[in-house]
Write a protein that binds this ligand. Structure first.
Ligand code: SF4
Length: 377
């Protein structure tokens, strides 16, 4: 079992909070798609004989590509890889791009069976502040269009803790999200990333962060409202109706190998991580001239243990302690249990059978718990 991630590094314009690798210059788009197809071909051996169970087209804004351009990419994937029947195939989309025509063509031409939409908030005022292209009505229409076209597996992303946002406004966002009955929802606290316009706006006093107390209340409300509505809280920031978790993202958390193609895309094969150069021009040149710029990190036991703690503890399925002992060794197992013990006594972690996981109370304080369990030399 394996996954493929494709990075589409183009956006119509930049949102003020974003530090993802993407560019508004789309002049190299056609060359980029050729390079992406070439990379898919060149790197076929990376996944060995594993069948591809999930494909995720992320960005950037993949829905900036035409359906014809996406078709070109998918035809390469199907030509070169063995894709499982019933594979989960996700396209990230900006609500504004999802016109009736676009959605109908996606459905008719592409193997995509899941749409992940960056909604962020249903407040038009805050969407403008974030410099998002869409408004709340467009987001709601986009969800309805996907459904009408027969794409039921829809995920929406929300951001909370926006400048000036109150707990009541966040609750109203959540009510609006719940009224859409989407099977999957991800919600992230706004972060002020260095170098972004939002960072500058804060430095100039134009916006300010919500208080720590409000952030905690917002997260607690997120969890309680979604759980009351029947969603499973299967990862710290991710919720789904039963059986509808993101198979692709769950594979990352379950350490399933994946191939990442495109500028700045990361790949993982169980023993190493590697990532492509974060430049559209250099990426295209490297692939086409056979001299790809790639950085690689071999993962020693401590790094693999730390990755496991960070990913597995964020999920509802938790850490398997026999896996810790078997894959990383007794020293890591004992280290983990030594630090976990006090959290178990305080009710922040629980050991159920041989699975260690955060309790409901622990989820609210997850950063501190997780960092204490990390291996430090
Ligand atoms: S559309 Fe997405 S990737 Fe592009 S700038 Fe906005 S947040 Fe970043």
């Amino acid at each position: 079992m394996a996954g493929i991630y494709l990075h589409i590094p183009f956006c119509r314009h930049r949102c003020v909070y974003c530090d993802f690798f993407s560019s508004t210059d789309q002049s190299l788009r056609a060359d980029y798609i050729k390079a992406l197809c070439r990379e898919l071909e060149l790197r076929r051996p990376y996944l060995g004989r594993a069948k591809v169970d999930t494909i995720y087209v992320g960005g950037g804004t993949p829905s900036q590509l035409s359906v014809g351009e996406l078709e070109q990419i998918f035809s390469y994937i199907y030509k070169v890889y063995k894709v499982s029947d019933g594979a989960e195939i996700t396209l990230e989309a900006n609500p504004d791009d999802l016109s009736d025509r676009y959605v109908a063509d996606v459905r008719a031409v592409l193997p995509v069976n899941r749409i992940s939409m960056g909604v962020q908030t249903f407040s038009d005022e805050r969407l403008r502040l974030l410099r998002r292209r869409h408004n709340s009505a467009a987001a709601i229409r986009a969800v309805q269009r996907c459904r009408r076209a027969g794409i039921e597996n829809i995920s929406i992303d929300l951001i909370y803790g926006l400048p000036g946002e109150t707990l009541d406004e966040w609750k109203s966002d959540l009510r609006c999200a719940l009224s859409l009955h989407v099977p999957h929802l991800s919600a992230y606290h706004l972060t002020y990333e260095e170098g972004t316009p939002l960072w500058q706006m804060r430095a100039k006093g134009e916006v300010s962060e919500v208080s720590e107390e409000t952030s905690v209340e917002m997260y607690a409300r997120l969890v309680s409202m979604l759980e009351d509505a029947g969603y499973e809280h299967y990862e710290i920031s991710n919720f789904c109706l039963p059986g509808m978790e993101s198979r692709h993202n769950s594979s990352y958390w379950r350490r399933v190998p994946y191939l990442g193609c495109g500028a700045a895309a990361h790949s993982y094969d169980g023993v190493s991580r590697q990532w492509n150069v974060a430049s559209v021009g250099r990426y295209i040149r490297g692939v086409m001239e056979g001299s790809m710029e790639v950085e690689r990190e071999e993962l020693d036991a401590a790094t693999r243990y730390n990755d496991y703690v960070v990913t597995a503890l964020r999920t509802s399925w938790g850490m398997s302690m026999p896996v810790v002992k078997k894959e990383f060794g007794l020293a890591f197992y004992e280290y983990c249990m030594r630090f976990a013990r006090s959290y178990i006594e305080r009710g922040l972690l629980e050991l159920e059978g041989r699975v260690l996981r955060l309790t409901r109370k622990g989820v609210l304080l997850s950063d501190g718990v997780i960092s204490d369990l990390l291996w430090v030399e």
